[in-house]
Write a protein that binds this ligand. Structure first.
Ligand SMILES: Nc1ncnc2c1ncn2[C@@H]1O[C@H](COP(=O)(O)OP(=O)(O)OP(=O)(O)O)[C@@H](O)[C@H]1O
Ligand SMILES: [Mg+2]
Length: 152
């Protein structure tokens, strides 16, 4: 979470999967190793689609990007390493600590997290030195409202 007084919020409407992919590719341009993007939204909101766009923008083959629901984390190699977490099945943040969360954070990678709400106590913005984005996706039909929150 980012303290409300320090945030900059921008909203985007994406009316197709392709537009969400393209937004992800654009967002990737401001990311580099050490940055984290948390992506929240209901089942089917388009979190993985956005991750695919971001990863593609970082030089990862988009067809490699799938929800890592069973493995929790997927690792991709692009121009930088991309670590993709899906915390849907996580009921306690300790479960992520057990799979080596602290070691993942040490890696020179861009970290993408679906269902970040489930590990929110581990996601205090001030504990990261890299860029920290929190994106909420709301869905209505094929429209997606993406709210991107970042520290000023
Ligand atoms: N504007 C849009 N942007 C993104 N996806 C869209 C859009 N319109 C329709 N879709 C569809 O919504 C679905 C989004 O699926 P996706 O796997 O990305 O969701 P998710 O949020 O990752 O779900 P889960 O919580 O199960 O991981 C896809 O089937 C995609 O084709
Ligand atoms: Mg997903």
């Amino acid at each position: 979470m980012i303290a409300p007084e320090e945030t900059h919020i921008e909203k985007h409407t994406c009316s197709s999967e392709e537009e969400t992919l393209a937004l992800g590719e654009r967002l990737a341009q401001e990311l580099s190793a050490g940055d984290m993007v948390c992506i929240a939204g209901d089942l089917g909101a388009g979190k993985t689609v956005l991750c695919r766009g971001i990863a593609a923008g970082l030089g990862v083959d988009p067809s490699d990007v799938r929800s890592p629901t069973f493995a929790i984390a997927h690792e991709y190699r692009g121009a930088v390493e991309v670590l993709h977490f899906d915390c849907y099945r996580i009921s306690k943040p300790e479960e992520v600590l057990q799979i080596g969360w602290d070691d993942y954070l040490q890696r020179p990678a861009v970290i993408l997290i679906e269902w970040p709400e489930n590990i929110e106590p581990l996601l205090q913005e001030e504990s990261f030195t890299g860029k920290f984005l929190w994106i909420d996706i709301g869905a209505a039909g094929s429209n997606r409202e993406l709210t991107v929150t970042r520290k000023i």
